[in-house]
Design a protein around this ligand. Structure first.
Ligand SMILES: NC(=O)c1ccc[n+]([C@@H]2O[C@H](COP(=O)([O-])OP(=O)(O)OC[C@H]3O[C@@H](n4cnc5c(N)ncnc54)[C@H](O)[C@@H]3O)[C@@H](O)[C@H]2O)c1
Length: 249
């Protein structure tokens, strides 16, 4: 798929990794569309990069996803690349003995993480993929997974959602290949983003860095390079691209 012929939708593109992708792809792609629930960050993105089509929506709301899908296809006719990036990084052990009143993993945090990191990805992909098939749009769905998908102590909910994304990636690649739609996941290790620093203690980050053969966290530009490779290589399909500096959890 040629980048300059691609209409690209990035979920959660108003900050962090998604924003890096959006602002770097806007001049290379035919169109970049960003959906995010954060109104302030979207307004800032739209002001700084008027060519990016910014749409405010909460992706955990199926009806809202249906509405924005219709809007996008009405405006652009086709969509070639969907990057399922919106998500939250949540760290909490299954049993926390330091919490004296109730040591159990919070049910609310479990459900919140599943809702955005898994349910919303299904809501977006089922709507977008159906329209891609209907409009004969060829392209690729890229799921932003995580190294935690292989099981990370202290991240039950998060690891579960990302493992599910890996399985969906393989499933969707098998189902959608006949329509000329590929599906690939990227499983980043630890990247130097505000969300990483918010979700993990500095001590934990130091430990991950020490355990990474390259001795550092990933840079957002390195994720961008992987996305460009996946979009442009039409035979790359049904696989998980690990982007973790060699770290093994
Ligand atoms: N930062 C890392 O080191 C790292 C590592 C591995 C995987 N990831 C994954 O990369 C993705 C992006 O992470 P990030 O670090 O850039 O996080 P981030 O918090 O900076 O960005 C996530 C964006 O998603 C949006 N979002 C969240 N819930 C939403 C909802 N319900 N509807 C619409 N938008 C919503 C947020 O507003 C935010 O702009 C996530 O899926 C995360 O799991 C990140």
């Amino acid at each position: 798929m040629k980048l300059n012929e691609s209409r690209i939708l990035i979920t959660g593109g108003a900050s962090g990794l998604g924003k890096t992708l959006a602002i770097n792809l806007v001049d290379k792609a035919l169109k970049v569309i960003v959906i995010d629930r954060n109104k302030e960050l979207l307004a800032e993105l739209s002001k700084d990069f008027p060519d990016i089509h910014c749409i405010e929506a909460d992706l955990t709301n199926f009806d809202a996803v249906e509405t924005v899908t219709d809007l996008i296809f009405k405006e652009y006719g086709k969509l070639n690349v969907l990057i399922n990036n919106a998500g939250i990084i949540h760290s909490e052990p299954l049993v926390n003995i330091l919490k004296r009143d109730d040591a159990r993993h919070s049910l609310e945090n479990w459900q919140k993480t599943i809702d955005i990191n898994l349910n919303a990805v299904f809501y977006v992909t089922v709507n977008i993929a159906a329209k891609m098939v209907k409009t004969r749009s060829k392209g690729v769905i890229i799921n932003i997974s995580s190294i935690s998908s292989y099981g990370n102590a202290g991240q039950s909910a998060y690891s579960a959602t990302k493992a599910a994304l890996n399985a969906l990636t393989i499933t969707w690649s098998k189902e959608l290949g006949m329509f000329g739609i590929r599906c690939v996941a990227i499983a980043p290790g630890f990247f130097d983003t505000p969300s990483t620093h918010a979700a993990l203690t500095e001590l934990k980050i130091k430990e991950y860095k020490n355990n990474t053969p390259l001795g550092r966290m990933g840079k957002t530009e390195e994720l961008l390079q992987s996305v460009i490779f996946i979009v442009e290589n039409d035979f790359y399909n049904g696989t998980i691209l690990n982007l973790d500096g060699g770290l093994k959890l």
